[in-house]
Design a protein around this ligand. Sequence first.
Ligand code: PLP
Length: 456
Amino acid sequence: LNQHINDELAAWDRDNLMHPTTHVANHARGDAPGRIMTGGDGVYVTDRDGNRMLDGFAALYCVNAGYGRTEIADAMSKQAHEMAYFHSYAGHGNEPAIRLAKMVMDRAPDHMARVYFGLSGSDANESNVKYAWHYHILRGQPEKKKIISRWRGYHGSGLVSGSLTGLEGYHARFHLPLPGFLHTETPHYLHRPDMDMSEADYLDHLITALETMIEREGPDTIAAFIGEPIMGTGGIIPPPEGYWARVQEVLNRHHILLIADEVVTGFGRMGQMFGSTYYGLKPDFMTIAKGLTSAYAPLSGSILSDRVFNVLSEGSDDHGVLCHGWTYSAHPVSAAAGVANLTLIDDLGLVAQAGENGPYLKKRLQEAVGDHPNVAEVRGDGLLAAVELMKNPATRTLFPTMSVAPKVAEAMLRRGVISRAMPEGDIMGFAPPLSITRDEIDIIADALRDALHEVL
Ligand code: PLP
């Protein structure tokens, strides 16, 4: 692939722009230039050097509807021309936001009551935590304040959302997690503490660990538990069979609210509208972002359950205005993108298509790795899959930290396919646009097979 790194634009990038989650010095020195993308169509993106690449990760699980959708771009343009912005404070608003809220709530599980729009997954999780605290305060239990999440969960990188995240790199040297943000075990059978443990025993072990934490901290001090229905950034880890039913039984017993972080799973990636329905969660909050607009514009949401909404509503009658809000909440241009995006997903039947092609993706990845001795696991549900690599899977011996997956990802990129070396462990991640076809899935699988054999 061509990449010119010494021209003016590349120099301006190095000298002016601070990038998210990037090796600062390497970027500033020009040792690790990123690609500057200029176009997209379907599942392909093109950079300014003319390279066309199949995006097997939908730009961080975002572009569910695929690139180059004129319907979405036109809706945004029309809205920007007619009425670019008016705030939503004090009950004001705009037509696309109201329409989008109706569309979201029509799709959400029946027990959900309202959606509050934000801009990012991180800020939506901040809203959820504040609403959970507010709920318990209004119900006369202000000491119910701690939040439990899981190691390797990803919920954002703000002060609160970064505290919820369970990845060491997001905590170290940032004074995180903040006090009162606890992490319980990652539910991943491959990494069970004892190789001889059965799956049933492992599930018991996870639930005991959670209950022990709750008892130790005191159930009356815990406000909520947050989890992605299937872990994403931590390594694309489907929950063990029966995990969510057991977790919810514990939470309900202690009146601990459940936040389902659906930023990756929302709007079709599992072949159903939400991961909560796919895995049988009954959450009090659902966090949505990415797929809500297919990232054509920034937009996120906190969906609140009946029981939470009713307490917040009664609280306003007693105490007045609920003072929580962002200026850009329910931004009309983003909301117009959301309406057009959800309409397109329906019209093209992309949720059903993801459901049909998900198992095909997993099967083709399994075939691609064959019996390669360094593959510890091929896993996933819906259009979300991962291949975990180890030096010796039989003894669970890892490669020196993160040495191999980035090389496989580079080798795949040389073959024109974008994948993601996940941040923890040697894990290759796949999350293509929902519009991907089987022929395009074959291209991903072939590139993985060849890249794996080139690197290992
Ligand atoms: N929650 C989950 C499950 C995510 O995957 C992400 C981002 O990848 C976030 C929250 C944070 O979203 P944002 O980066 O928009 O703040």
